[in-house]
Design a protein around this ligand. Structure first.
Ligand code: SF4
Ligand code: SF4
Length: 525
């Protein structure tokens, strides 16, 4: 929590200009209950200019922040109001990008039925090896195991639909590139999904085995949930990210709106999971967008107990990044090149929470909700798509009349361009962005405006950093700075000279890793 020093003494008479020094927000709306009143008194005769027009006080005020009671004259007469010294929970830098969510934010999730054969990757990542047991020509049911995990870290691969298996092929995934895959022709009539509701896990062992059996994956770094929970430093803070700051994507928002009760309940039992008689997580925090006030209110009323914290945050990009969520919620700084897990924090998206909720209700994890949108999408939608569905089928659905000029897997800020017809949907794909134009402005000379440095959320100076790209060997300090970069793409977005800063830093980081590996091999031999 950030502390703000009050600048007015108790019972001091304050005049309108002094109100600015009180750092007031708005006097309307409920007041956070756990406040520390310092009893500053004052009088003013005009209606506060921000009264009723600013954001609701309770949305911003953190419990424990000092407050002041003022007697103010409003149109309705004299009123005693509690004013708060507040600061928004946020980070330095970042930008407010046009969210482009209007096309799909109010569209309900629809089930998508693939017409052609599926191409199911036989492992979730190159780092998670499996032993395929599926044979060509075999008939499988929905949820049958196609590949067993090879090692304690790995996850099984399940059949997303009932049907007949075809030949082994290769599938392209946005996160991992080419992976071995198997074709599955869906049956004419797929039997109803078998469901066996289970009781929610009470211990860490029960939770990890549930997550492993149901192949629950954290999209960031494609790490299995059971591995993240039992790593060298088990997390003591769990952050569920419901912000979804990537422009254009609304899959998580729709999940939260349509399955609010279920997801809040799941977050509630996660807060109660125990290890050796003690709770695993000291804090479980659900972050939501400040703009979705109705959703915030609903979640607050449903939250089963006070151990599930609701944190409404600004939609500033890239607030959803685990490094920044960790900083804003816990004030812990991840080391350069490190992850939230290194400082005892686990950040999961709402999609992972939904997968856990499905696992408890006995539904096989065979599909995920993804947003298909973008300027070239005539039918933008939120679709529940079985894993292994060809991306080309979704493009045909969203833009039946014409092919988009380019297709991006993910959001427009950090997505990956899809160049292959064998691209398929995977558990870590949150959306597709269809573009009408691909023309990029030509990069010109840096005009030293400083925007890239001002907006970089981790405090780098990209303009200076990229100047080392042509160096014969990257110095240790430069290599460390490239590791600090979180690949958010903000610097490239704001650069008026259209310089590909983020891409250059990414390239430099890979080069630094290769140089480090070569040096280690040289020392070892
Ligand atoms: S891509 Fe890296 S350097 Fe650029 S703004 Fe984001 S964190 Fe900073
Ligand atoms: S934003 Fe672009 S033009 Fe401005 S200082 Fe950075 S690199 Fe130079």
């Amino acid at each position: 929590m950030q502390r703000v020093r009050p600048v007015r003494k108790t019972h001091q008479h304050v005049t309108p200009p002094a109100l600015g020094a009180l750092a007031v927000a708005s006097a309307r709306g409920p007041i956070a209950s756990n406040r520390t009143a310092v009893g500053t008194q004052g009088k003013r005769r005009a209606t506060p200019p921000s009264c009723g027009t600013g954001p609701r006080t309770a949305d911003f005020v953190q419990p424990g922040l000092p407050s002041a009671t003022l007697t103010v004259r409003t149109r309705g007469g004299w009123k005693a109001m509690v004013w708060h010294w507040w600061r928004r929970r946020t980070f330095r830098g970042g930008i407010f990008v046009p969210d482009e969510k209007a096309a799909t934010a109010r569209q309900s999730i629809r089930s998508f039925t693939p017409r052609g054969p599926l191409l199911i990757p036989l492992c979730h990542s190159q780092h998670l090896p499996t032993r395929p047991i599926a044979r060509e020509g075999a008939d499988v049911c929905c949820g049958d195991v196609l590949a067993d995990p090879d090692g304690p870290r790995s996850l099984p691969v399940l059949a997303p639909l009932a049907g007949r298996l075809g030949p082994r092929r290769r599938a392209w995934t946005s996160a991992e590139g080419w992976l071995p895959a198997i074709e599955l022709t869906p049956a004419e009539s797929s039997p109803a999904l078998p469901t066996e509701p289970r009781s929610p896990p009470r211990t860490l062992d029960e939770l990890t085995s549930l997550a492993r059996r149901n192949a629950v994956l954290i999209p960031e770094h494609r790490e299995p949930l059971h591995v993240a929970l039992t790593g060298p430093r088990p997390p003591d803070v769990l952050i569920i990210d419901g912000l979804e700051t990537q422009p254009g994507l609304t899959a998580d928002l729709r999940l939260l709106v349509e399955r609010t009760d279920e997801l809040v309940q799941t977050a509630g039992w996660l807060a109660d999971v125990q290890l050796d008689g003690r709770r695993v997580f000291d804090r479980v925090v659900l972050t939501l967008s400040l703009r979705h006030r109705r959703l915030v209110r609903r979640v607050r009323t449903l939250a089963p107990h006070r151990r599930l914290e609701i944190a409404p945050l600004e939609d500033k990009y890239p607030q959803s990044h685990p490094t920044l969520l960790t900083l804003v919620i816990t004030r812990r700084r991840t080391p350069p090149g490190g992850r939230d897990r290194d400082v005892g924090v686990l950040v999961i998206p709402v999609a992972t929470l939904a997968a856990l909720s499905d696992a408890v209700s006995g539904k096989a994890p065979i599909a995920r909700v993804l947003t298909v949108a973008g300027e070239a999408a005539d039918r933008p939608a939120n679709l529940l798509v079985p894993f292994g569905t060809r991306v080309s089928e979704l493009v045909e659905y969203a833009s039946p009349a014409r092919r988009p000029a380019a297709l991006i897997a993910g959001g427009p800020m950090t997505g990956v361009r899809v160049l292959h017809d064998e691209a398929v949907t995977t558990p870590d794909l949150a959306g597709l962005t269809l573009l009408r134009h691909t023309a990029q402005p030509e990069p010109t000379t840096c005009i030293r405006c400083g925007s890239c440095m001002d907006d970089c959320p981790v405090g780098l100076d990209p303009r200076v950093l990229v100047q080392f790209e042509t160096a014969v060997s990257l110095k240790a300090a430069v290599a460390e700075q490239t590791a600090v970069c979180i690949d958010c793409g903000v610097c490239s977005y704001v650069c008026p000279s259209s310089l590909p800063l983020a891409l250059t830093i990414q390239r430099m980081r890979r080069r630094a890793q290769l140089e480090r590996a070569a040096l280690a091999t040289m020392h070892a031999s």
